[in-house]
Design a protein around this ligand. Structure first.
Ligand SMILES: O=C(O)c1cc2cc(O)c(O)cc2[nH]1
Length: 385
């Protein structure tokens, strides 16, 4: 997540990540043209909750101070790690031209993997997409795929945990993947179902105490995949996002290396799209971040990890529309109706149709009657009886 210019040993030692957008000296963060300036990072000092057991040893604490204490702060029209870009909705050399037709014409699209199709096939694991299974080794990617020789970096967890270094390892072995092939754990051999997404979107609460992988009835923990798709917590369950990872059964199923498999990006853009749909149904205002006692990075107004440049969760959830100016145009499947529901719908529709026909016939008779001059007689009749 850090800009490449900031990860050399010297820059890391300095604790300052303030590159220049022009490459000129004394122009860090575009200072010369008023784009931004290099400023101390503000990180919330309140303690995080006790759930995560690596207190004092986790790089995400008080993000991003373990790595950098000075970063670019951009003036209103500018954005990016070096203030070299325009804020969303503006364009031009000086970022002073409004892009007016943003909503009508989306300017970008994200590829995704719809993993909620059930079954034990990885539809996108073909050689013209993310790579088929090798004919010679079930855990490898076919040599006809561009990803067959894709190497894993940062494989060595120990290097990271014992030396406390940022991963700078040389390349490891090739990506491993055997989708749906974990015979020892049949529950991980099947992808999530479409119905699971429909169920998790019904959950109204964004999160619930203890704001962790043990939370029940929490949309966050359910989409993450630590509870049933309806939100019931169960230690043994793996669903949705987690199940898609574990289904891959290889590099993509191991937390510390999974981003090395290019499927990771597609799996996560689909997960994000489900979250986006949840936000649109339940409104961003309902996203609940506790004031304290959430795990690292999750308390209200903490910087989100590992976002760069630093952004607090309050800023992030101000509103997707305000910050980003776009919304998805996704047609989500609705729940399939049962036979008895269909019969009820048909009966209600027929009754309504009959009422409309009878009502309009009565109107026609009434008009005809009044035309014939019989209305006074009719009124008298009604009064009498
Ligand atoms: O065991 C899990 O639930 C699990 C594995 C795994 C791998 C991964 O890369 C993730 O991002 C999540 C995850 N969960």
């Amino acid at each position: 997540q850090f800009p490449r210019q900031c990860v050399s040993p010297e820059v890391l030692r300095s604790g300052t990540c303030c590159p220049s957008p022009t490459g000129l000296a004394n122009d860090e963060c575009g200072l010369r043209s008023g784009r931004g300036r290099c400023m101390p990072v503000v990180a919330d000092k309140r303690p995080h909750g006790p759930q995560y057991p690596h207190d004092g040893r986790d790089d995400r604490e008080r993000w991003p101070l373990r790595f950098f204490n000075r970063t670019c702060q951009c003036n209103t029209k500018f954005s990016g790690y070096n203030c070299g870009r325009c804020r969303y909705g503006l364009s031009g050399v000086n970022c002073d031209q409004k892009i007016t037709d943003m909503l009508g014409k989306p300017t970008f699209a994200l590829p995704y993997w719809n993993f909620a199709i059930g079954g034990n096939e990885c539809e996108i694991c073909t050689d013209d997409m993310l790579g088929a299974r090798s004919n010679f080794d079930v855990n490898s990617i076919s040599s006809n795929s561009v990803f067959s020789q894709w190497r894993v970096i940062c494989e060595d967890v120990e290097e990271y945990e014992t030396l406390g270094t940022i991963c700078n390892s040389t390349e490891g072995g090739p990506i491993r993947r055997n989708p749906g092939g974990n015979v020892a754990q049949p529950m991980l051999q099947k992808l999530p179902e479409n119905e699971d997404i429909i169920d998790c979107l019904e959950l109204k609460m964004f999160d619930t105490p203890p704001y962790y992988s043990t939370s029940a009835w929490s949309f966050r923990n359910t989409i993450e995949g630590y509870s049933t798709p309806k939100g019931k917590y169960d230690l043994k369950v793996r669903s949705l996002h987690n199940l898609a990872h574990l289904f891959l059964n290889g590099t993509g199923g191991q937390t510390h290396v999974s981003p090395n498999d290019p499927i990771f990006v597609l799996l996560h853009s689909f997960t994000d799209a489900i979250f986006d749909e949840w936000l649109r149904r339940h409104h961003p205002g309902t996203v609940f971040y506790p004031k304290q006692n959430a795990p690292i990075g999750h308390n209200w107004r903490f910087n989100m990890v590992p976002f760069w440049p630093p952004v607090t969760n309050g800023e992030m959830f101000a509103s997707a529309q305000d910050r980003l100016g776009y919304s998805y145009e996704v047609q989500w499947p609705t729940r399939a109706y049962t036979v008895s529901e269909i019969i009820t719908i048909v009966i209600v529709a027929v009754v309504l149709a009959v009422m409309v026909v009878v009502g309009s016939t009565a109107c026609v008779i009434r008009v005809l009657v009044s035309r014939e001059g019989l209305e006074p007689l009719l009124v008298e009749h009604l009064h009498r009886y």
